[in-house]
Structure formats: structure tokens, C-alpha cells
Design a protein around this ligand. Sequence first.
Ligand code: NAD
Length: 356
Amino acid sequence: MTKICVLAGDGIGPEIVAQALRVLAKVGERFGRSFEIENALIGGCAIDATGGPLPQETVDKCRASDAVLLGAVGGPKWDDLDPAIRPEKGLLGIRKELVLFANLRPAKLFSELRDACYLRPDITAKGLDVMVVRELTGGIYFGEPRGEELREGKRVGWNTMIYHEDEVRRIGVVAFEAARKRGKKVCSVDKANVLDVSRVWRAVMREVAAQYPDVEFSEMYVDNAAMQLVRDPSQFDVMVTGNLFGDILSDEAAAITGSIGMLPSASLGSGGPGLYEPIHGSAPDIAGQNKANPLATILSISMMLRHSLGMAEEADAVDAAVEKTLAQDYRTGDIMQPGAIPVGCKEMADAVLANI
Ligand code: NAD
């Protein structure tokens, strides 16, 4: 029995997770697998129920599972809360508790959705299949000291971008290992022309690269990388970078594909359960209206099957079903195209189920 801890969260989280779990159940039926689902609270719904975004019970349930599926957290209802107990703290907290230091975000352009891509056809003709490997538990999001105060009557805020060489090395290894299973290219992204922390990053990443002579290695400043992603994304296979730059670049890579409603992600540590979630947020503007695209969450199930549960065949079946559903022209609003069949969140999942 495989144990999955499900953190549906806020906004569209419960809708998309419910549909993804139907797909998981169908996979179980077809391949003779049984999945035990344990639900737990995170984010705004956890604040409402317990006063904090990450109850200890949630952490315990996640630790006792083989993998964690997360919907999304946050929404306007909680925007004005003290930053220390905002919904996003639950997300940062669970990553920290499970020591999920590596975030793998594939940004792939499905051929059926080529028209939705923001780039010119001559650029996308060369292909877009980038994996951004982002360091997740260090860097400026966690660095101390941090704070805000009044200095001579003026507001001042500060954070610290800090990386220990061990943190750089372990994310480097994840990136090079990922590249070995893909296009055998790693580009390390930093700001070594300005930041001391990036010079340490760069030195350590070169040491890791030396261990992988079969993988082509390059380095790029983050400003150039942001530009190259839109000029010619086909030059990239795996991009590895720190927490802040990775946050931005992975969203950029995702956005140019045309729909953040299509993209899954995996957060992995060394041992222990991995966490799988769509890259988009809780989309409060469409929550509760059966408008959300469930495919990113369904593809997160596929990544979970592949990376945490050792069920590659099952994962292939989910991927193939999603591709077939797109080929059958089913589209939620976010990926709508002229002449396509408009469907809601549940109907999109129905179509995927029928294709498994
Ligand atoms: P968002 O990703 O929630 O929404 C951005 C836009 O994309 C919206 O127009 C939304 O309707 C659309 N969209 C997102 N997912 C979609 C889907 N599956 N199908 C169709 N359309 C979709 O980002 P935002 O508006 O900046 O943030 C909303 C809330 O989500 C905020 O509270 C934010 O803090 C939170 N957030 C959470 C996560 C997470 O849980 N991992 C990530 C980002 C933002």
C-alpha cells in the first residue's frame, strides 16, 4: 500500500487535487496498485482551522507518507495577516521540514499547444523543453539577518543571500543527474559579476561539473539567462540556479509555454517523501467555478509516480493520456484555442480518465 499525503490547500487547490486523485485512482485500478490517501491542512485553510499555516499534524502526516501531493495555498482573505503566519509560510515550512532542497520544474511546450506559446513560431519550431532545477531551502529566502525597521524616520528592509558550499554541491548533483536522463546539458545561472555569494556558487558548481564529463556544462549571468530564455530556449536543457533566480526563471520558462495551468513540479530531498505540486498558485479569481485547468496537477501525479514511487509505466500512461486529451482538442479557458472543445476542470479530468 502506497501512502500519499494530500494537502489540497486554498482557492482552486481542492478542485484540481480532487480531479488529480480521480486519475490516480484510475491508474491504481488499471495497474493493480492501491493508494492510501491521507488529507492534511496547509496554508489559509490551516490558518482558519488552527491559527497557523503548517500544523505539526500536517508535518507528521507528510513524514509518514511515501509522497505528498499539494494543490496551492493563499488568497486575498489572508493577504493582510502578519507575514510570520501567512499561507506561503506553510509552503516554505513544509519544504524546510521535509528538507526538500531541490525543485525540479519542467517547462515543456506540448506540440498541440504550440499556438498558445508567446514566442514566435520560428523560435518554438526549435523546441522548448527546459528543466529548471532551483535550490529551494537556502539563499535569500531563508538567509539571516533579515528584517525591517525605521532608520532616522525612513523605512528600511533587508535580507541576506547566503550559500554554503554543501548546499551548492547537492543541488548541482541533482541537476547533473537530471541532465544525464535528458539532454546531457547543464547551464548554471548566477550573478557572479556582482554578488560574492554567486562567486562561491560558481566555484563549487565547476567542481561538480568536473565529476560529470559526459554532461556539457555552461554558465550564464541571470540577466542574460532571462533574455536567452525568450530569444532561444532550445539552447537549454537543464538550468540550475539558486532560490531567488530559480523562482523567477522557472516562472518565466513556464509562462512562455503559454499556460501555467499545464506545468507540474517536484521537490526532492535526500530520502523521505518528495512533494509534488502544480507550479501555479491558488487562482482565487476562478476558484470554485470549475474553470481551473487540472492538467498541471495531473502531471504532478505523473512526476510523483515516476520520481518517488518507482512506477514509470504508470507515469507514462498518465502522460500519454494527457497528450491524447490535448490532441482530442479539449481545452480549459487558460489554454483555449479557436475551434477547440471548451471544458471545465472536471470535464478535462473526465477526458483524461477516459484515455487511461
Ligand atoms: P496564480 O498562479 O494563482 O494565478 C495567476 C493567473 O493564472 C490567474 O489569472 C489564474 O486564474 C490563472 N491560473 C492559475 N492556475 C490556473 C489553472 N490551473 N487553470 C487556469 N488558470 C489558472 O498566481 P497569483 O494570482 O499571483 O496568486 C494567487 C494566490 O496564489 C496568491 O495568494 C499567491 O500567494 C498564491 N500562490 C501560491 C502558490 C503555491 O501554492 N505554490 C504559488 C504562487 C502563488
